[in-house]
Each structure stands twice: as C-alpha cells, then as structure tokens.
Design a binder for this molecule. Structure first.
Ligand code: ADP
Ligand code: ZN
Length: 214
C-alpha cells in the first residue's frame, strides 16, 4: 500500500502518518524529517539545505528525487510506504511517477488534508517536536504530560526553526503556489480523497484502507 498525505503544513499529516505506520506496518517517509537529520548531522546536504529550509522555501527537486529514489529501495518499503509532505510540486510528482513506473509500482491513495490557513498558523506556532522520535505535540490541544518531554520516548521537545510567524506565512505562500496544484493533478488521476483535518482524520483513513485490504 503506497500512500501520499498532502496538505498545508500544520494540518496534522505527521501525526496521522505515525498512527498509520503503526496500524499498517509500513514506514513513514518524510523528506522534512530526513532533511532536518542531515542538518543536525552537519552533512554536506544539510549545509546546502539549511538556509533554504529556515526561509520556508522548497529545497531543489533534484535533491528530493534522489531521496525518494534511494529511500523506497530499502527493504522496509517492500509492503509500501506513507509519504508525508511529499511530493511538494508537480515536478516532484512526475519524478515519483517515473520512479514508480521503473519499479512496476503505483500510488494507491492520496489523502488531501483540508484545513483553514488561520488554523494552520495557530497550530504551527504552538507546535513542538521530539528531537529523538519526531513525534509532534501542540501546546494548545495536544500537550505533553511533562513540559518539554516526549510522552513516548522521553526525548527533549523543541520548536522548529521554521515554525516562526514570518516563515510560516512564506510556507503557506509556497504551499499555495507550488503544492496546491497537486490536488488537481491527483484528482485527475482519480487518486485523491479529501479528509477534514480537524475531524478524526486517522480513523477515516484507516477505515478506507481497511476496505482496500480486504
Ligand atoms: P511541514 O509539513 O510542517 O511544512 P516538512 O517537515 O514537511 O514540514 O518540511 C519542512 C521543510 O523542509 C519545507 O519547508 C521545505 O523547506 C523542506 N522540504 C521538505 N520536503 C520537501 C520536498 N518534498 N520538496 C522541497 N522541500 C521540502
Ligand atoms: Zn520522542
């Protein structure tokens, strides 16, 4: 089962992706997480993308293409995967399609998380992320049990560099201009399902996919 979670930043894709990973035993692939790890490890790639990411711009398509190609080759993707926050534009979607074709594979579902931008800004400003396991928390409606500590792994929580008000605005602009066109793209391929990001997105997706598995 190969899934894509599409939608504005802060729509809860990451949280739902983690639950789906557990439920269906297929890995979440988030280019955001992979790139932040590169930055943390101060690799060449990390240095290349750090500035771009802190401004909320998209990193070059070539970089993403290579990450996709290499990542889905790994053993754990045999039964499928969950793409969280990628592809981010038409070019990346076309690359993915090409890679899939070469592998004789295809995407089964694209879920579009619908959420008003006003809600996104509030969610992102209050978002905290676990340094160790990348679980997302929200100081308003999904507070960790202990301040700044991950409930799941005890790791330290931090605020992402790009979760600042000015950067958030730019990310939403980039989203509207570059990522939103993917909605139509996948609609035309009959792959798109709309999901209300506020209302039990995980359960809804799970039920759809259970139907698929039978
Ligand atoms: P969010 O969903 O909250 O925006 P991500 O972790 O998905 O966060 O992305 C964070 C940043 O990483 C993006 O703003 C962008 O700079 C970079 N990034 C992640 N995935 C991609 C991608 N597929 N293409 C281009 N840039 C990406
Ligand atoms: Zn954790």
């Amino acid at each position: 089962m190969r899934l894509i979670l599409l939608g504005p930043p802060g729509g809860g894709k990451g949280t739902v992706a983690k639950k789906l990973e557990e439920e269906f035993n297929i890995p979440v692939i988030s280019t955001g997480v992979i790139l932040r790890e590169e930055i943390e490890r101060k690799t060449r790639l990390g240095k290349k993308v750090q500035n771009i990411m802190s401004k909320g711009e998209l990193v070059p398509d070539e970089v993403i293409k290579e990450i996709m190609r290499e990542r889905i080759k790994l053993e754990d993707c045999k039964g499928g995967y969950i793409f969280d926050g990628l592809p981010r534009n038409i070019k990346q979607a076309e690359s993915l399609e090409k890679i899939n074709k070469e592998r004789n594979e295809h995407i089964d579902y694209v879920f579009y998380f619908e959420i008003p931008f006003a809600a996104v800004i509030e969610r992102l400003i209050n978002r905290r992320v676990c340094k160790k396991c990348n679980t997302n928390y929200n100081l308003l409606f999904n507070h960790p049990q202990k301040d700044n500590i991950c409930d799941i792994c005890g790791g330290e929580l931090y605020q992402r560099d790009d979760d600042k008000k000015e950067t958030i605005k730019n990310r939403l602009k980039v989203f509207t201009e570059q990522t939103l066109p993917l909605k139509k793209y996948y609609q035309e391929k009959n792959l798109l399902t709309m999901i209300d990001a506020n209302w039990n997105a995980f359960l809804k997706i799970k039920n759809i996919l259970k139907g698929l598995q039978k």
